[in-house]
Design a protein around this ligand. Structure first.
Ligand code: GLU
Length: 472
């Protein structure tokens, strides 16, 4: 069952964008520039599947090219269409601006149900799709850099990167044409977990600010908080797992395609994921209540709701029944514009998608710079840092005439390896972005929510760039 769609995804994004622009003093006409996608390429290409030609339909949209390359994932889904891709590309522009990654916004989509094809067929389709993108300059390390999104992952990125470098053998940066690759193929450690990790960091940042916690009608920290998660895909799974294992939150419901699981004691996220992989759904998972009408669990009593599936899940139809006080949008566009207004009216606080799920593109940025540098992060300095911390610890223990506590020496010895550097960069990025957003939220009486604040912050940066530095 899918919820009643009160407005399209694209019109929701446009109306949220307009609301924020209405509160800004932009140069004349610039608002219109920022509303529209610069270029959309629609393609139809044939691939022979089991002896029969099949035509596949796909899109790549560039929303803003004020910075290049443009950046954004490629989605494989049966319902994807041009409007959805345009809405997602628009969000990417502002997402990149919120977290200060120097990219324009883009997104791609291929209308396909990946579960219906075998691995070798997916490979052929993906490589053919890459050829189409390449023909029109919609994939390139300097112009347009795709990444994983719903229905795609490191495997698809590897095929695309390999196709691209075969087509451009003399481009020394060819591998930077796409991010989210496997580490063995120029990917970066931590990219798979990055979006979920970013959701966790966003929530941690929120819970660092008593004023914001109070605005949501909550108290304390993440420990013990009841969390409902919709979608145990890559983003939802990692976010839920980190919140459960590292912050002591209780995952009281998990909503999946075939229904929902509930447990007031908290669900074991890793076990649930294993069960879904083995059984294709949550039904039958032991030790939890099963709900066939899974979407009703969005309305469960809880502290935090993390929609990590599709857009348009909270609409005018169910918004008035949402019990969560805080909504962290791990998915893109899970709340429609009308529902957003209703939730705001009801005193809910929403951590907006363009901030909450920006961890993915942030770590993609690290991957891209690593590819351009042709060297893994930490390679030059790690040993030096190691020697320094060993020497400092030794001196400290000599002076103190005793061993330092184990926790301290462990923290002190933390290696500056790629994984830790990625985490440090991501945490810092999420922290700084939240500070920027909440500053706008609290400074202006006419900014009622974090989404509008995030848009204002992001639009300001993009508009400045356009106005001051762009050719056209
Ligand atoms: N698809 C992800 C997003 O929506 C990641 C994009 C990227 O890494 O470029 O943010």
């Amino acid at each position: 069952m899918s919820p009643a769609k009160t407005s399209t995804f694209l019109s929701s994004v446009e109306s949220m964008l307009n609301r924020a622009m209405g509160l800004m003093d932009l140069p004349p006409g610039l608002g219109e520039v920022l509303q529209q996608c610069r270029a959309v390429y629609q393609m139809r290409f044939p691939v022979k599947i089991a002896g029969k030609w099949q035509v596949f339909e796909g899109w790549r949209a560039n929303h803003s090219e004020h910075l290049l390359p443009t950046k954004g994932g490629i989605r494989y889904a049966p319902e994807v269409d041009q409007e959805e891709v345009e809405a997602l590309a628009t969000l990417m522009t502002f997402k990149c601006a919120v977290v200060d990654v120097p990219f324009g916004g883009a997104k791609g989509g291929l209308k396909i149900d990946p579960r219906k094809y075998e691995r070798h067929q997916m490979e052929r389709i993906t490589r053919r799709f890459t050829l189409e993108l390449d023909k029109r300059g919609f994939i390139s390390p300097s112009q347009n850099v795709p990444a994983p999104d719903m229905g795609t992952g490191a495997r698809e990125m590897a095929w695309m990167a390999d196709t691209y470098r075969t087509l451009h053998p003399d481009d020394i940066d060819a591998i930077a044409c796409i991010t989210g690759k496997p580490p063995q193929m120029g990917g970066i450690r931590g990219r798979v977990q990055a979006t979920g990790r970013g959701v966790q960091y966003a929530l941690r940042e929120f819970f660092c600010h008593p004023e914001d916690i109070e605005a949501a009608g909550l108290e304390g920290g993440l420990a013990g908080k009841r969390v409902v998660v919709q979608g145990l895909g890559n983003v939802g799974f990692h976010a839920a797992k980190f919140l459960e294992e590292e912050d002591g939150s209780r995952i009281v419901a998990i909503i999946e395609r075939d229904g929902a699981l509930r447990s007031s004691a908290g669900l074991p996220v890793k076990e649930v994921r294993k069960y879904i992989v083995a059984n294709g759904g949550v039904k039958g998972f032991p030790g939890a209540e099963y709900l066939a009408e899974g979407l009703t669990a969005l309305e469960d009593q809880c502290d935090i709701l993390v929609p990590a599936a599709l857009e348009g899940q909270i609409t005018t139809e169910n918004a008035s029944r949402i019990e969560a006080k805080l909504i962290a949008e791990a998915a893109n566009g899970p709340v429609t514009a009308e529902a957003d207004a209703m939730l705001l009216e009801a005193g809910k606080v929403i951590l907006p998608d363009m901030y909450v799920n920006a961890g993915g593109v942030t770590v993609s940025y690290f991957e891209w710079t690593k590819n351009l540098a042709h060297m893994r992060f930490g390679r030059m300095g790690r040993r030096l840092m190691q020697m320094r911390s060993e020497a400092a610890l030794e001196l400290l223990e000599t002076v103190l005439e005793r061993q330092v506590p184990e926790g301290f020496s462990k923290a002190f010895r933390q290696e500056a390896d790629e994984r830790n550097l990625v985490l440090s960069g991501l945490e810092d990025t999420m922290r700084e972005a939240y500070e920027g957003i909440r500053a706008v939220w609290h400074a202006r009486d006419d900014v009622p929510d974090l989404r509008t604040a995030a848009y204002i912050l992001a639009i300001g940066k993009v508009a400045h760039h356009h106005h001051e530095y762009s050719l056209a």
